[in-house]
Ligand binder design. Sequence first.
Ligand code: ATP
Ligand code: MG
Length: 406
Amino acid sequence: MVINMLDGPFLRAKKIIDLLEERGHQAYFVGGSVRDLLLQRSIGDIDITTSALPEQVQAIFPKVIPVGIEHGTVIVRMAGQSYEVTTFRVEGNYSDYRHPDHVQYVDRIEEDLARRDFTINGIAMDKHGKILDPFGGKQAIENQLIQTVGTATERFKEDPLRMMRALRFASQLGFSLEAATFAALTSHINWLEKIAIERIAVEMQKLFSGDHVEQAIKLLLEVELERYLPVIRNQNTLVGALNNHQVPLQSWSEMLACFCQYDPSVSLHTWTKEWKLSNKTKQDASYLLEAIDYFNKEQLDAWLVYRLPEHLESGFLRLLGIFCPELQPLSAQLCEIRECLPVQSRQEIVMDGNDLISLFPQRSRGPWLNTVLQLLEEHVVLGKVANEKQQLKAWVTNEIYPTTLD
Ligand code: ATP
Ligand code: MG
């Protein structure tokens, strides 16, 4: 079978294969990109597998990042894109359940494909679009099945994270689990307790972002995988809510905000700590929760939009879709309000703390300054007073000062 891929991202990535082949190495496209091409889905990252050793890859390309060099992976940068180029390899045991103890480089692509998790991910394609599929991955794609390469129990024992990955592919692709793969997963789901939470968290986010998240969560609960998920395993209310969850969420911050809405008894701090998430994720989740809370009290206005960082807008709208589904889509309104915001941040307000001190020389510095600055910010954002020095001065002196500060 030959795929026509004369344009698009594969054509750009083909240059890498050309160069490797010119130096006498074998090289193929592999993994998710080939699977998604066969599925006619949009292509994510393009990974390349090669017989060249990592040092040889490094010597061939001018811009490389040796991120995973101990596992044979080098990132090649070309025309503003990154490509993972990994040497054909087989893996040793995963005794720390995180990285294989050792990797062994091999010469044949078939051996490399054999170490891959599922048959749908064990397909390679040469630069002419010719498919290599020793494990029947194409057939599995046609049958919409997730099936391990080799015996499921063995493959899950080697790396139990694959059980979680099976569910995330079910969520992204809408595929079912092949019978033996499902049986092994059900019997050995407890092996997941060995897996580092950071690895589970990556797959969990991908699971929640899939179009078929509803189906995947049902499957997750059916095999009782929640018993190995921090926080969730202790919260019956949350598990109940997740059983009816339908909307794909695109980041951990959206997920946290959603989970806290389902079950407010767990703090963001606990979530972040237990799942080892970043402070940025926690902060973004907190912005989202603040926006939802404000929306429930005040509806959509300039203050909400001003407080909500722009990169969280789409997540906020998705969450409203879950928690306020009766509302009309607010996306256009939100954009319009953002475009008309009088200021983007407190720094743009033409009156600052020093101006206030000189306006009220009789008062000593203190918390009142921040109180006034906050009120100013809110009123300017909501358009109740113009961001203009004289007007702000008059407004502070006549309206805020007498009521707020005395
Ligand atoms: P995505 O489009 O989400 O990136 P992907 O299939 O590329 O999907 P990755 O996690 O990026 O998934 O992994 C790239 C490839 O590496 C997979 O297609 C699979 O062949 C192999 N792989 C990744 N993780 C494992 C694992 N734990 N065990 C075996 N093979 C794996
Ligand atoms: Mg990938």
